[in-house]
Design a binder for this molecule. Structure first.
Ligand code: FAD
Length: 321
């Protein structure tokens, strides 16, 4: 069996959703060995086992949270040199991208970023990814020892396995690990309702909303539908909403049951992040807007009139959020 390392991250003290997804994928490819480098690593070993890790390497040094990327990259590189895994999977998070880049550069490993799938091929592995704004899919054969693949969140549906508790191996922080960039502060964005990535309903707005104040309509509708608010890059770049809300190629990938695109043209760099939604509804006053090519229900109209009418209709039916 192939040995698959999964660089496993925590969200607070829990296994992060993308790590659950990547562990699920890794189980299909070989024996899974999770690497958790976090002061709270010990509390997450059982959860890693539930998602299929047979071995969990843990490093609980506080340097992994205090310093950006370098300590974790050094510890991961040491582990790879000792164990020679056949493949290393990461979720494509900000931290994992930094850590993968540093560890792979140190060891000269192949890297495929932004992958949507990994499959066994010819005794090795190949990674699928989209290029040119999601218009072309490529399958890249992974050559060389311990190739690394960064997987886009939401590429795989996370499913727990029925394995027993994993073997836990403690790893020390390498003394030579550089510590160049210290995190001085960390702020959790205040949130009400579900996160953009986890919401079953996403209500997104683009430049067609005309004014940042009109995002209040989206907030209200999202609250009624127990959803989250997303945005196109045009309005993020304009400073209307924070980057954390951006959906698309350079933002987040979402896969809700319902995606409501309001005043969004449907550029391919946007649709690549939401076209996996089960149902897409678009409101746009231009009947030729590209978003209408991919939606299940299209409303040609002024979003600033349609949205208040939709909210009033939901409220008149007793929907209260
Ligand atoms: P516009 O293209 O300006 O469209 C506004 C739409 O609103 C139009 O269709 C218009 O008909 C409609 N409209 C106007 N008024 C109303 C009204 N009153 N009611 C209803 N409809 C109305 N974009 C992303 O979104 N996410 C990304 O991650 C992303 N990454 C990118 C990466 C790269 C490398 C590049 C080059 C671009 C990227 N973009 C991304 C930008 C993308 O190409 C588009 O420019 C952007 O998505 C457009 O945003 P928009 O639809 O809000 O604005």
């Amino acid at each position: 069996m192939a040995r698959i390392f999964v660089f496993t991250e925590l969200s607070g003290s829990e296994l992060s959703p993308v790590s659950q997804e990547v562990l699920t994928k890794a189980r299909q490819l070989g024996d899974v060995e999770a690497v958790i480098l976090d002061p709270q690593a010990a509390g997450a070993t059982a959860a890693a086992g539930q998602f299929g890790a047979q071995t969990v390497y843990i490093g609980a040094d506080k340097a992994y949270r205090e310093f950006v990327a370098q300590p974790a990259a050094a510890a991961l590189a040491d582990l790879v040199e000792q164990h020679h895994p056949d493949l290393i999977l990461f979720g494509a998070t900000y931290d994992a991208r930094d850590i993968c880049a540093r560890a792979s550069a140190k060891l000269g490993l192949t890297v495929v970023a932004n992958a949507t799938d990994v499959e066994a091929q010819g005794g090795g592995f190949a990674a699928a990814s989209s290029i040119f704004g999601g218009t072309q899919n490529v399958l890249t054969e992974l050559s060389g020892p311990s190739p690394c693949v960064l997987m886009r969140p939401k590429s795989v549906t996370a499913e727990p396995a029925s394995g027993g508790p994993p073997k836990v191996v403690e790893v020390a922080l390498p003394e030579s690990a550089p510590r160049g960039a210290r995190r001085l502060d960390s702020v959790v964005a205040p949130a009400s309702g579900p996160t953009l990535e986890e919401a079953r309903v996403v209500v997104s707005g683009g430049r067609g909303l005309q004014d940042p104040a009109n995002f209040e309509l989206l907030e209200k509708l999202a609250a009624l539908l127990h959803g989250a608010v997303g945005a196109s890059r045009a309005v993020v770049d304009a400073g209307w909403v924070p980057y954390a809300r951006q959906v698309g190629q350079t933002g987040k990938t979402v896969k809700p049951d319902l995606y409501l695109a309001c005043g969004i043209s449907g550029a391919m760099q946007h649709t690549v992040g939401m076209k996996g939604a089960k149902h897409i509804v678009a409101i746009n006053r231009d009947r030729d807007a590209p978003i209408f090519k991919i939606c299940d229900l299209g409303v040609v109209g002024d979003a600033l009139k349609v949205l208040p009418a939709l909210i009033a209709e939901l409220e008149s039916r007793g929907v209260s959020g």
